[in-house]
Design a protein around this ligand. Structure first.
Ligand SMILES: [Zn+2]
Length: 613
């Protein structure tokens, strides 16, 4: 019966996928057909018409579908272009409009960084890591406030210094979190012809979006900290969609990082900053590198309400006060207890969602839910209320449960290699629920929800005592062995082994902020017994994928915080270095213009978790 259910799910997935591809094709075709009509309002640069420069760059358009549809025939239809100077003026104007549009917003910004060391077999691998999470204030300048207590203190409070990527102190290098997010704009205050030279380079497709590429250099007397690099401009409204480069002339003993910054067209008319990848380091023989790291910065929560204390006071829920059932009965003590727990659960989920830390309920939840149901049904587990699942928007690997809801972090779902390992993760939290290890009933009191978003981690917590952790592990293994995942526990055990191998270097990634840590002092504790029966971990075995890189599975919408499963084609692994378990990689989002169709596609369920090898 389970098998049939899953087959149906898969068939749905297939037809959805075909439908999405067809829809994307239709959109691209329409865009091409509309070019001549819309072109007069959208002047094209002179140089664009030169045939030699029209070829899309394969390196920048990893999936070949759109470019074969659109070039070069589509570009032969280009409207009469006007001057390049007019294009530059439009770009500057559009950037100013974006800065103004975003100024009242305080998106969440998360940076996860891995310092690298050279491994003779595996290449650069993580040596240690850092995690920063905060809210950006985009109003007058760019500033941020952090969610985490152990935040890095600015060395000197001057804005210019705080915007630097890092500072060499006497004994060690110190990262400045704000330095990773600076490149959301090229230049917040003085993006203009007085400070920059714009040099047109070529045309190029980024995903489905045709772009004009410009190299930007600061003018001689433009001062410190000016953008130096390349920008990609979409060719309809002339918004910047990607920036790649660094900032010129840092002061002594300090660094501006190299950054690759991507924007997404998630709302009509604007491309909002979404991802920034930073990388430094030189691993060629004989290189003397001071710093070597890779870092991913993600922004989301643009559409969150800015929560002032007054806002929150008006949001206290009163809807459970009145009982409207016609034959109202008094609640038995047990029923009252359950009602109370549900109230606490609802409060917590609502509060986390409002803080941008929990994705709205959606399709990824349904996938997790299916796995939970499979375990429940085969173990004859009947609970008074159905178990729900939700996704934390953050990267650190953690899970917790509140009431009947299991919460798993985006980062953890990312690195799980298959459904068996996902079942392992979920079974531990399901065991807490089955065993009645309820935490969080204190949150049924609404006053406990009245805090500012930045102190969420100090006000909410769902850590079990060690005895409950051990009991949950034991129960979880029992349930897994009776479930459809009994034959898939090798991969779950391999995941534990891979995690154990990397855990000492990844303390920031493994630091849970709401639930229990899954490691203790660099040793995996969660479900560790599954490693005993797993095969040997072997990096050189190319078909053994024990854990995935970060960011490969779950995509977070920066505007509305929805999560969806990434639709990526599997890429063949050709060496041990391709595995990159738990590692940070560059971003290469497939850019597409905003449309009702793509929004519909984004909310359509896609694949169930399958290995990408
Ligand atoms: Zn636990």
């Amino acid at each position: 019966m389970l098998e049939v259910k899953r087959l149906e799910l898969k068939r749905d997935v297939m037809s959805n996928r075909n439908w999405i591809i067809l829809a994307l094709l239709a959109v691209t075709m329409t865009a091409v057909a509309q070019q001549p009509a819309s072109a007069p309002q959208n002047p094209q640069p002179v140089a664009a018409a030169q045939p030699g420069q029209t070829a899309a760059q394969p390196s920048a358009a990893p999936s070949g579908q759109a470019q074969s549809d659109q070039s070069p025939q589509a570009q032969a239809n280009l409207a009469p272009p006007t001057t390049m100077d007019q294009v530059v003026d439009r770009v500057i104007l559009r950037e100013k409009e974006l800065i103004k549009f975003l100024s009242p917003r305080t998106p969440i910004v998360e940076t996860y960084l891995q310092n690298l060391t050279q491994d003779p077999q595996l290449g650069p691998i993580p040596q240690d890591d850092h995690y920063f999470l905060g809210r950006m204030d985009l109003s007058d300048s760019i500033d941020r406030s952090d969610y985490l207590l152990e935040k890095v203190k600015g060395e000197g409070e001057g804005m210019e210094k705080r915007l630097l990527g890092g500072i060499t102190k006497r004994f060690k290098f110190q990262y400045q979190p704000l330095g990773f997010s600076w490149m959301i704009f090229a230049d917040r205050n003085e993006f203009d012809r007085q400070h920059y030279n714009f040099h047109y380079a070529r045309r190029e497709f980024l995903g489905d979006v045709r772009c004009l590429v410009f190299d930007l250099t600061p003018k001689k007397d433009a001062g410190r900290g000016r953008f130096l690099g390349r920008i990609w401009i979409e060719d309809q409204d002339f918004s910047i969609v990607r920036l790649n480069g660094t900032y010129a002339r840092p002061s002594r003993n300090s660094y501006f990082y190299h950054m690759d910054s991507w924007r997404l067209n998630l709302i009509p008319g604007y491309w909002v900053p979404a991802y920034i990848y930073s990388e430094e380091g030189d691993f060629t023989a004989g290189a003397k590198n001071k710093i070597a790291f890779k870092a991913q910065t993600r922004m989301w929560g643009y559409n969150l309400k800015t929560g002032t204390a007054n806002d929150e006071l008006t949001q206290i829920r009163v809807d459970s006060v009145k009982d409207e059932t016609p034959s109202a009965q008094d609640a038995s003590p047990l029923a009252a207890e359950r009602e109370w727990q549900q109230q606490a659960e609802d409060n917590v989920l609502e509060r986390l969602e409002r803080a941008g830390l929990l994705a709205p309920a959606g399709d990824v939840d349904k996938i997790l839910q299916t796995v939970v149901n499979n375990i429940e049904i085969t173990n004859n587990i009947e609970l008074p209320r159905p178990v729900r699942t939700r996704v934390l928007t953050t990267s650190p690997l953690e899970t917790f449960s509140v009431g009947n809801t299991i919460v798993v972090s985006r980062g953890l779902i990312d690195v799980l290699p298959d459904e068996g390992s996902l079942a392992m993760v979920l079974s531990h939290e399901l065991a807490h629920i089955v065993l009645g290890h309820n935490l969080g009933s204190q949150y049924a009191f609404n006053d406990r929800m009245l805090f500012s978003d930045e102190v969420t981690y100090q006000n909410l917590g769902f850590k079990h005592i060690p005895e409950e952790e051990a009991a949950a592990d034991k129960k979880a293994v029992e349930m897994l062995k009776a479930s459809p995942y009994a034959q898939k526990l090798d991969s779950a055990g391999l995941f534990i082994k891979a995690l154990q191998k990397r855990a000492p270097q990844l303390s920031a990634l493994l630091q849970a902020h709401l639930g229990n840590n899954i490691t203790d002092n660099g040793t995996v504790t969660r479900m560790a017994q599954l490693a005993n029966s797993a095969p040997a971990l072997d990096w050189n075995k190319l078909d053994q994928i024990a854990a995935l890189p970060l960011g490969g599975r779950v995509k977070l919408n920066p505007w509305d915080d929805r999560v969806e499963i990434v639709k990526a084609q599997p890429v063949a692994i050709t060496s041990a270095r391709d595995k990159m378990p738990f590692e940070v990689t560059p971003f290469f989002p497939r850019l597409a213009r905003y449309s009702a169709v793509s929004t519909a596609a984004a909310t359509t369920a896609d694949a169930s978790p399958t290995p990408t090898n």
